[in-house]
Structure formats: C-alpha cells, structure tokens
Design a protein around this ligand. Sequence first.
Ligand code: SF4
Ligand code: SF4
Length: 641
Amino acid sequence: MENFSRKGKMVQISNEGAIKMSVYDVLLNDSGKYFLLGNEAIVRGMIEAGVGFAATYPGTPSSEVGDVLSRIAKKAGIYFEYSTNEIVALEAVAAAAASGVRSFTFMKHVGLNVAADAFMSVSYAGTNSGLVIMSGDDPSMFSSQNEQDNRHYAEFAYMPLLEPSNPQEAKDFLVYAFKISEKYGTPVLFRTTTRVSHLRGIVEYGSKGEIKAKGHFNKNFEKFTLLPSNAYKQKGKLIERYNALKEESDSSYINRVEGKGSDIGIITSGAAYNSVKDAIIELGLEIDILKLGFTFPIPEKKISDFLNSHKRVIVVEELDPYLETKVRNVAQIYGINTSINGKMDGFSPWSYEFNPDRVMEILSKIIGIEIKKDDKYSEIKLPSRPPVLCPGCPHRATFYATKLVSKQLRLEDPIYPNDIGCYSLGYQKPYQMSDFLLCMGSSIGSASGFSQATDQPVISFIGDSTFFHAGIPGLINAVHNNHRVVLIILDNRTTAMTGHQPNPGLPFNAYREPAKEISIEEIVKGIGVKYVRTVDPYDLKETMVAIREAANSDGVSVIIAKRECALLRDERMRREGKWIRYQINQEKCTKCMNCVKNFTCPAIYVDSDGSVKIDPVLCDGCGVCSTSLVCGFHAIERVEQ
Ligand code: SF4
Ligand code: SF4
C-alpha cells in the first residue's frame, strides 16, 4: 500500500486501485506511513502525544496546524480554540496543563513576542502536565515583518528547545517534547521554520496516545502564583532544572553524529541540516555532521567531543549565530583549539533562509574548493508579480472612498497608519495608504503618536481580527488621551490573510459551531468613542459621508466598513448558483481610465486595441466599479446569468 496526498486529499494506492480519502481522516488512522506536510505531521504528533487542549492565533507558517485541527480535533477528543491573540492562547494552555491536561499552543514567530510576557513567567511556574509551545519562524520573511530567530527565546526563558528538520521529526520530536516537559515539569519550546512546516515527507506513525481533555487543578500557591516571593524561589528551581536539562540534552537521541570520521565536521540543526546534506553530496564531500535537535540547553559534552575529534568545525545555521556562539563558548570552556567557522568570522550570512547552493558557497569559501555556480537550488527567477487586493475586495472600495474624501477635504499631508492583514496592500499605488506599520495593532497605537506629535490629519486602518487581537488597548489609549484620530475598521468577517479562520466577531467557533458574536460597534461605543458609524464599503456614497463626518469630528472617530471578504462572497454565490458579472459598454466608455488608474480592480484591463474591458473570469460582480463615483459615464453594466 502506498500513500501520498494531493490537493488536500490523501490518495491510497492498493492492489484494488487508488482510493481517495481526506487527509483529515488519515491523521486519525491507527498506523501507516503517509506523505504529510510538516504541519500535518505536527497534528499527528499531538494525537500520539495525547494532547487534550490546543489554542492558537493563526499566523504563517503555523496556520495549517489550526486548519487541520479545526476539522479533526473533535473527532480526536482534543479541545481546540482560536484564541483572541497569542498570549491569551498561551495563558489558556498553561492553565490546562497546570490542571493535568497535555496542552499545546502554536504561533508564528512574531506571535511569540505577543505571548512573551506569559512565556517568560510560565517557565518559572513550570507545569504539571505536558506543555509545548510551537514557534513557526520565517527565515526570508515570506509572510512576516521580520525574521527574528526565536531560538533566543529558549535561552532567555531557560526553556528546553527542540528543532525538527523534516515532517517525520516534526511528529517524533513533538511526542518527545511532551515527554521532556513531563519529566522535568517544564514547558518546551518547539521551533519550526517555514521550510519544515511546509515541507512534505513520508511520516511513519507511532501509536496514539491517551487523550485526556479534562483534569483537575490542584492549587499550588508557591508554584503558580508568581508574586515576587514565590518567583524568587522558583528562580532557584529553574536553574536546577536547567542543569538537569543540560545532561538530558547530552544524552538525547535527537543530538547525533553522522559520518565515518573526517578532519572537518559540521554542526547544524533544523532546516539548515537538509541543505547541508544536499550540499555535501553535490560537492562529493565526506564530512561528519553533528545534527542537533535539542538545541537548548546545548549538549556541551557532545559538542566538545565533536570539536576534539575534528581539526575544523563549521557551524551551518540560518539567521543568527545562535549555535556558533555556544560552540565557541564550549571550545573556550574546555580549552579546545579546533578551528571554528561560521557567521562570526564572516563566512556564513546572517540573513535569509539557506538552500544547498548557499551552503555550498559557504563550504567552498571555508574549505577553499571551487564550485560550479549553477544555482539549481535557488529560487527560479520569475517576473515579479506584486500581490494585489482581489477583484471585489471590500477594502479597495474603502481605500477608494478614503482617497476621494481626503482630496475633497484637501487634507494636508494626511498620515495613514496601516496594520497586519491583506489590507496592508493599501500601500500600493494608486492608494498609497500604508505609511506606518510595525506589528499587530500598531495602526492605532501609532495614530496617537502622530496626532500628538504632528498637525497632520491621521486616518488609520485595521482589520476585524487584528482589532480584537491588539487594537483595543490602542483605541482605549487614543480615547483616554483625547487624540484626534479617524480609525477605519475593515471588518471583512474573517481572518482572511491566514486562510479564513474565525475571530470573535463571528457567530461561530473553530469547529464552525455557533458561538457568541462580539460586536465591534458595541466595544467601540463602550470605550467611549462618540462618532461611530457602520457602513457597507460597496456603498461608496454612504462610506464617503461617514469618512467626511469622521474627519471633521474632534477626538477619536471610528468607521466600521463591514462587508464579507470577496473570496467568501464568491464561495457563497457559487453555492447559491448565482453568477453576476459586469461588462463595459464600449459605446458609452469614453476611455477616461478612471476605473483603470484610480480604482484598479484587477479584473479591469486595457485591451491591445486600447479599449477598456472587464475579464469575465476575474470579475466577481461586486458592482462597485459601476457606480457613478468610479464610472461617471455609466458605461459599466451588470450581466446576470
Ligand atoms: S471609468 Fe467608465 S468611461 Fe472611464 S474608462 Fe472606465 S468604463 Fe470607460
Ligand atoms: S464588478 Fe467591477 S469592481 Fe467588482 S470585481 Fe467586477 S470589475 Fe471589479
């Protein structure tokens, strides 16, 4: 029997032929070998580890863990929730683990910054049952605002750190992480990167664990209530635990030496290991590798033995010289003179993810061998296609209305702080409405600063999910300190950018079961904002009236531009059997180009003969372009089929 997955379906090939089954069902099978995504393998690891409670806020590259869980958690007996943000998720799983339920939270690397307050303290408190925290790091910043190396967090918090390199390890190491967690009563940091979370590989199943979703919290004031006097005592225990974990790391099976003996050795971990393996095969080198999976505390003894048995050791790792610093420390402490190369002596780059080409380049420089540069592992250079807001996207209509009002009111050099979500794309021409963006929620916090420190008008944008995640404290701050800010909440009724996960503003939860819908409008009014309007952004006139009134108001004013994401609308229309699209009446079109240049729906294009047309495949029938505020010549007409 062979298995592989294709387009979300697992295909099983047996003597009877191909049987298609859902990857969601496959994860619940008792045994077998399957071709899984790293994040799918992590869900399988949860099942084998007996995880009973999981919580997250979606963020790439960890989102698929939640997407899969939302389908199978109930069947598996796991409680799963999308929490309001990462720190809430971590606090929830820490409480569940303290109550004897094995618990898991997963987030993208910058999510750990949000959770950092609880993260640092939960290490002091420890845990009663297994507690693992996954950080999905994003070298090369495929979908992130930075490429911070979260391995540092483990050392910062004295928390053990495991780093898998492939889907099989992702599953196996997760099970192992829970064992370590319970053996030492500590949370464990489980760090993947995009290339591990999104890599596919064969995964051989182990047996399923016993899943317990309910426990009992036995109070322990000294351990779980981190008042200064208790934290003081816990710090001593934390250091004792750290020393015990050093020995565990040294004897761990996931820190292993590969090779038959060579003068040069490589120390590596995580996704970099895969590139090292390919690179040395390509170069025809036989080099020993110390492959580390348990990277905090580092296995000092294994590293010193490896240094002692090689003349030169090269540390190959992505991002910061995290391992290299520690390897150099070991050499210094143990008085070892082996040459060590890596980033700190300039051979290895500090940025972006590695591939075999990059590793070959590093090795060739250090070892002094010629390499043929064919860059076959590097990205294929395709013509650049910047991301755009989808046809029918309600955010485009909001940006268009804001632009028109800003012009009408002759706002002098307005500042448009933006936030994390698909609407960040407001930075593109012709809108150029993303002047300042640091992190989740910064659109509102920074608005306070701009309104006070300048005399420029400030109009901020934030999505619904991001508003719940990190926008509310910023809004309270702006209202309390009486800053003059217009906030436009782009409520597209989903967390669109990470794959349409629910948020607290929706009437259903992770399992798509009914849940209490939290009203953004009521929150905003409850905070004390005087001017609050909810508008449909497809109604440009109504939206412009609201923006005008808000811009003329004192203090904080809020507009909620509420309209479902165009992709969800398309899906709904298809289900309802409706197909609406628009076309341009060539007799009426004057070729003024307003729809092309100033509205910029990707479905509208200029044909080779100079006529303006709408691509019927791309048009989603929103109809915004047909209004007189976009086409003053009424040339855009509805076609219904
Ligand atoms: S806005 Fe109307 S008239 Fe102008 S180019 Fe577009 S369809 Fe033609
Ligand atoms: S109706 Fe107009 S704005 Fe809407 S998707 Fe079609 S072309 Fe774009």
